[in-house]
Design a binder for this molecule. Structure first.
Ligand code: NAD
Length: 253
């Protein structure tokens, strides 16, 4: 198995991509630390892993709370070791013109999507440097690579995550730590549902979106989970500072 003897801490693993990633990492032999601001959801993912014969624990914390994030990371490292951090938790923004974005939305999306990965990396890096190995996977988005209208705040956070990933990779590489980002296109999760719900005709908006994809469908959370496993495992041992686009060909069409 590709993640035998590794401990993987995943944020936002109570739902969607994070949950699928937790389940896939466990299938590959990892001890999974499932974390979410929704503690029950994090616990459910961990329980599902254990019921399937895997190894998992869970923590409830908000990634914007730097102290709580650090406490969970340090406790995990002490109890299970820490090989991989997946900064997956993130939120969308209500579709809006730039001039109509409320400052509270600006601040909150930046806090979760940008400061979240910062807080996790800040807590995990000293541990990973000290042990001489570690891998960080940051969940960015195609919106961090392309300019989608009415998604300005989301886009600015996800673009920053890509460059933060590069900075992390450059800085921590000499200590044996890798960092990579994943840029998914539209993936069928509750985050995507919320995006379409904000459009005047959600079904038509979804169908229109699908036609923009060469594969003529949205992605599945499990397909991004496979990217997480690749970047978390030794199969990607010479890959660092990379932004892996998984978008069904959207960006080349
Ligand atoms: P989701 O809404 O299904 O899951 C997100 C999870 O994160 C939820 O369990 C939620 O409780 C948790 N969460 C939210 N805010 C949190 C916080 N402050 N602290 C801790 N946990 C928090 O969303 P998803 O589609 O699975 O998205 C996961 C990641 O993938 C996000 O970073 C998102 O931006 C990114 N992404 C999603 C898509 C997509 O189309 N779904 C596309 C590109 C990138």
């Amino acid at each position: 198995m590709r993640l035998n003897n590794k401990t993987v801490l995943i944020t936002g693993s109570g739902s969607g991509i994070g949950r699928a990633s937790a389940l896939r990492c466990a299938e590959e032999g990892a001890t999974v630390i499932s974390t979410d601001v929704d503690g029950d959801a994090a616990a459910e993912t961990a329980a599902e892993i254990r019921e399937a014969g895997g190894s998992a624990d869970h923590y409830e914390f908000d990634v914007t709370d730097a102290d709580a994030f650090r406490a969970a990371v340090e406790d995990t490292a002490e109890t299970y070791g820490l090989d991989v951090l997946v900064n997956n938790a993130g939120i969308g923004q209500p579709p809006s013109r730039i001039e109509d974005v409320d400052k509270s939305v600006l601040d909150y999306v930046i806090d979760v999507n940008l400061k979240g990965p910062w807080n996790g990396t800040h807590a995990a890096l000293p541990i990973m440097r000290e042990q001489g190995h570690g891998t960080i996977v940051n969940m960015s988005s195609l919106a961090g690579q392309l300019g989608f209208p009415y998604q300005s705040v989301y886009a600015l956070t996800k673009a920053a995550v890509i460059n933060f990933t590069r900075a992390t990779a450059a800085e921590a590489g000499p200590d044996g730590v890798r960092a990579n980002a994943i840029c998914p296109g539209f993936i069928d999760t509750q985050l995507a549902d919320a995006y379409f719900a904000g459009r005047s005709d959600p079904e038509a908006a979804r169908e229109e979106m699908v036609q923009d994809y060469p594969l003529r469908r949205l992605g599945e959370a499990e397909e991004i989970a496979d990217c997480v496993v690749f970047l978390a495992s030794e199969e990607s041992s010479f890959v660092t500072g990379h932004a892996l686009t998984a978008d069904g060909g959207y960006s080349i069409s």
